[in-house]
Design a protein around this ligand. Structure first.
Ligand code: ARG
Ligand code: ZN
Length: 422
C-alpha cells in the first residue's frame, strides 16, 4: 500500500505543479465558425468576455460569417463556453488542448540560457536574452554592425536597433525591419534574430545577402514592444498590445499597429481602451511608435524598403490596410509578393496568401506599413508568418527554423528585386 500512496501523492503534486494537467479541464483553443448573423453576434459576445482571448481575428468586430474564429478559452470557462456553443448549434472543434504544456515547453529555463550555446535560434528568448544576444552580436562583428538606441518603451525598456552593413564604405540606400509590434507573436522577434544571425554568417557566402549588405544598410528592431513581450513571458502569454496606462480606465495597453498616423482610428480600430485593437488617445501617443516614426522620418530619404513581421496566418501584405483604395504602384508590389509566395510554395511546400492588407485580411487603419508608405517608402510590407494552422501563436520551437527560412526567402527575393529597380 505504501508505495502506491506515495505514487498517488507524487502524481497529485505533479498535477498541481503543472496547473491541473490531470483534470479534464485545461485551457483550450477552439475553432468556431458562425454561419448565421445571429451566431456572429453571439460569438462576438462570447469572445468579448474576460475568460476568453481572441486569437483570430484580432477583434470581435472583425468576426464574419463562414470564417473560422480561433478562441482561447480559460480552463474554468471551457464547460460554460462549449455548452453555450452547443445550445446555439455552432460548428466548432478543439484546435489545441495542451496550451499550458506548449507554453511551458517554450519558456523552460534550461533551454533559454543564451550563454549555453548550440541551437540558440531554434528557441524563444526572453527580453533580457534578446538584449544579450544583439549586444553580443554587435561586439563580435564590430565591422558589420552597430547598436543604436532609438528610444524607450512606456515602462522604460530600451528600444535597440541593430544596424547591419557590409564591409564597405557608406551607401545611400537602406532597409528597415521591425519585429514584435504585437507581444504574443513570438515567431516575429525570433525571425529578426534569425535574420541577424544569417546576415553575419552568410555575408560573402550567400550572393543575395552579400548584395543586400553591400548595397544597403539594414536597420533591424527585434522587439518593438518590449513591455508587452516581457508581459507575455511573465504573466499572460496571450497579450497583444503594449503596457501603457492612462487616466479614466483600468484597461491597459494600446495596439501599436493602430497608433500610427495613417487614417488613425477609423473603421478597423477601436477607441475603447479595453479593446485589443485600441488606437490610443491620439496618433503616435505611444513612446514605442514615437521612437520608430522619429527614426524613420530622419532616415526616410535613404530607407527604400520597409518590412514589419507579424504572425500568424501566412500572408505577404502591402498597403493599404486603412482603405480599400489601391496604391499607385499596386501591381508592382503585387508582383513582388506573388513571386515571393511562389518561391515559398516551391521550396517549402507552404501556401502564403498575398495582396493589399485591406483586401487580404481586413480594414486596419493606423498601421506601420501604411504610414511608412505614405512617408514615401514605396516598398512597404507586412508579413504574417506561420503557424501552418494548428498552433497559432504557440508555434513550437522545433518549427522556428522552417518558419524563419521561408520568411527569409521572401525577404531576400523582394529585396533583390527592389534593388534591381532602384
Ligand atoms: N494582423 C495585423 C494587424 O492587425 C495586420 C497588419 C496589416 N497592416 C496594417 N496596416 N493593418 O495589425
Ligand atoms: Zn500582429
Amino acid at each position: 500500500m505504501r508505495p502506491l500512496l506515495l505514487l498517488a501523492i507524487l502524481i497529485c503534486f505533479h498535477c498541481v505543479l503543472r496547473k491541473g494537467f490531470c483534470s479534464s479541464e485545461q485551457d483550450k483553443v477552439l475553432s468556431i465558425t458562425a454561419v448565421t448573423q445571429e451566431q456572429v453576434i453571439l460569438l462576438q459576445n462570447i469572445s468579448s468576455h474576460n475568460e476568453t482571448t481572441l486569437w483570430q481575428p484580432a477583434s470581435p468586430s472583425y468576426i464574419t460569417e463562414n470564417t473560422p474564429v480561433h478562441l482561447f478559452v480559460q480552463s474554468s470557462s471551457v464547460t460554460r463556453v462549449t455548452e453555450l456553443l452547443n445550445t446555439h448549434r455552432f460548428s466548432f472543434s478543439v484546435l489545441l488542448e495542451n496550451t499550458q504544456q506548449l507554453i511551458q515547453e517554450q519558456t523552460r529555463n534550461i533551454t533559454t540560457d543564451p550563454k549555453s550555446g548550440g541551437m540558440t535560434y531554434e528557441r524563444y528568448h526572453s527580453l533580457e536574452d534578446i538584449y544579450y544576444l544583439i549586444n553580443k552580436t554587435s561586439q563580435e562583428h564590430p565591422d558589420m554592425t552597430k547598436l543604436i538606441l532609438i528610444g524607450s518603451s512606456f515602462e522604460k525598456n530600451p528600444l535597440y536597433l541593430l544596424k547591419l552593413s557590409g564591409r564597405r564604405g557608406p551607401v545611400d540606400k537602406a532597409m528597415w525591419m521591425d519585429c514584435g509590434i504585437h507581444a504574443r507573436e513570438w515567431i516575429s522577434p525570433a525571425f529578426c534574430l534569425w535574420f541577424i544571425k544569417y546576415a553575419v554568417i552568410f555575408y560573402k557566402e550567400n550572393p543575395d545577402i552579400t548584395a543586400m549588405l553591400d548595397k544597403m544598410d539594414i536597420y533591424i528592431l527585434p522587439v518593438m514592444n518590449p513591455d508587452g513581450y516581457k508581459y507575455t513571458w511573465t504573466t499572460n502569454r496571450m497579450w497583444r498590445k503594449n503596457r501603457s496606462v492612462r487616466e479614466g480606465t483600468s484597461c491597459v495597453g494600446v495596439d501599436l499597429n493602430r497608433n500610427f498616423d495613417a487614417n488613425w482610428c477609423t473603421a478597423g480600430a477601436s477607441s475603447n481602451p479595453c479593446s485589443d485593437i485600441y488606437c490610443g488617445q491620439y496618433p503616435e501617443s505611444e513612446p514605442e511608435v514615437q521612437a520608430v516614426t522619429k527614426f524613420l522620418r530622419a532616415h526616410k530619404d535613404s530607407i527604400k524598403l520597409y518590412f514589419s513581421m507579424h504572425s500568424y496566418s501566412q500572408m505577404l501584405l502591402f498597403p493599404y490596410s486603412y482603405t480599400h483604395d489601391q496604391i499607385p504602384n499596386h501591381s508592382e508590389l503585387f508582383d513582388l509578393v506573388k513571386e515571393a509566395a511562389v518561391k515559398i510554395r516551391r521550396h517549402y511546400k507552404n501556401v502564403y496568401h498575398f495582396g493589399s492588407g485591406a483586401k487580404t485580411i481586413y480594414l486596419a487603419p493606423g498601421g506601420s506599413d501604411d504610414w511608412a508608405y505614405d512617408q514615401g517608402i514605396l516598398y512597404s510590407f507586412t508579413f504574417e508568418l506561420q503557424d501552418r494552422g494548428r498552433y497559432g501563436f504557440l508555434l513550437p520551437p522545433n518549427l522556428i527554423s522552417v518558419a524563419c527560412n521561408e520568411a527569409l526567402a521572401a525577404v531576400k527575393i523582394i529585396s533583390m528585386r527592389v534593388l534591381e529597380k532602384l
